[in-house]
Write a new protein. Sequence first.
Length: 201
Amino acid sequence: MTKVLRLGAVLFLAALALAAQTLQQAEALWKARNFSAANDAFRALVAQSPENPDYRVRWGRMFLEHGTPLDVQNASDLFNEALAIKKDCAPAALGLALIAADEFSGGTEKMARQALVWDPNLLEAQELVARLALEDNDNEKAVKEAKKALEIDANSPVAKGILAAIDFLSGKKETSWDPHDARGYETIGHFFVMNRRYEEG
């Protein structure tokens, strides 16, 4: 890419940030990994619509993806603000559950299940419950919860990855649950590493 084209791309993203009026525009900046511009866009959206919890949730998920301790705290604050606006905001509860899972701080499953009470079709929350079960070495529960995720989305790569991991960790050479997806293979690898099967992971 020439310097002119690179400059044009940067100017386009900057203009998009300044003009961001929609969540889609803010997320386009996030997807482009222009976190500074996306942060400004989300801030503008929240200022324009302070009673919209979804803007805070998505802003929080961006912070969570970035991952520094300060970003995680910002994400937590935004998820709690969303719940203050809408007490049954399932994506905000899921966000807090994801933070708890990463920090091993307890209460993760409770928060994920609360999200599912508020939105029974929140796939990521159901996948998280299944993952937690397998991390606790409760294979029976993990199978049950992963299959619930597949009832929500028959192509859930995380759920298939969990079921495939159970097969492989039990000594099977093949599985009918091949996820055919990077996230699914990442899930399988996660459990190989947890079980110190590093070469396979």
